[in-house]
Design a protein around this ligand. Sequence first.
Ligand code: 3PG
Length: 385
Amino acid sequence: FKRMTDLDLQGKRVLIREDLNVPVKDGKVTSDARIRASLPTIEQALNAGARVMLLSHLGRPTEGEYEEQYSLKPVAEHLGELLGRPVPLVKDWLDGVDVEAGQVVLCENVRFNKGEKKDDEELARKMAALCDVYVMDAFGTAHRAQASTHGVARFAPVACAGPLLANELDALSKALLEPAKPLVAIVGGSKVSTKLEVLDALADKVDQLIVGGGIANTFLAAAGHPVGKSLCEHDLIPAARKLAEKVHIPLPVDVVVAKEFAETAEATTKTVDEVAEDDMILDVGPQTAHVFAALMKEARTIVWNGPVGVFEFDQFGEGTKELAEAIADSEAFSIAGGGDTLAAVDKYGIADRISYISTGGGAFLEFVEGKTLPAVAVLEERARD
Ligand code: 3PG
């Protein structure tokens, strides 16, 4: 695909699709990682003398309706602070936007337009008519074929990838398509069912597959260990067994259990065979954490998605903490992605010591699964024009 950095943007109307879908509470942005990740792209376009129009979605509003709680207003304010210049929010933008060279505006939530989610052609053509150059930079939304991520790229005079999107693809390709070995993946989270495709895809690629959280419980049950009243998908035990035949999955040898799922719950460490009927497994135990940490030391590539315990509650966060620190200390090329994972990266303060932190949640997983991201595919098609 074409890259924004190779184009002359002086005086051009440049429409940049970012993923500024960030958490907002009481009119304030509560985590601005995605906004910060988009800054280099925006600054480069401004410095190149472009007339910059930014597009993004926020949340999942009712299609085609203005809903104040999904307004990008807090994002425009926050972005303005980070850029050190005001970023006007344009409410009605589909019929044309006034913006001077070297200036930037943010267009209101693309999902307020009817047809955005179903990639409506008429809507996409209107967006394309706003610009000379369309820049797709929203890696986090690249798995969506929607008017502002896909359709617009078909009709814009020029369509290219922004620096953030290009960096994300480069980093993920390095980790998954040509990894230095051993390649170790950690897939945590509550359910096997939501990560089955990811686990399947990774099982074919990695040397070790570490599972954590509720996912690990299903694997423990598949290996014949008691799991008490832990989260566990018994119907997926056959699928778990099949995966375990394909790749080495180091199972926990000890776990941290509680009688209830609560911030104040008392934590007890047990071996996996001591788990009682009324126990809930909420973290891996210290011995297991050491084993996982040792694997991080040997790895040359690490792909991390999902915590290994309920790290929101400190007494069940030790496993994730030790793992996070081991990843940070490792010399491997490490990549982390997904909302919970990034919250863990923040909580344990290791962001600077991870080789690459992806802004993608669903998009990150789909890339790992080996799926084609439609917003990237269309850029490749356009490059062949
Ligand atoms: C995300 O947060 O994963 C992206 O911004 C995509 O959002 P969506 O799942 O609402 O399309």
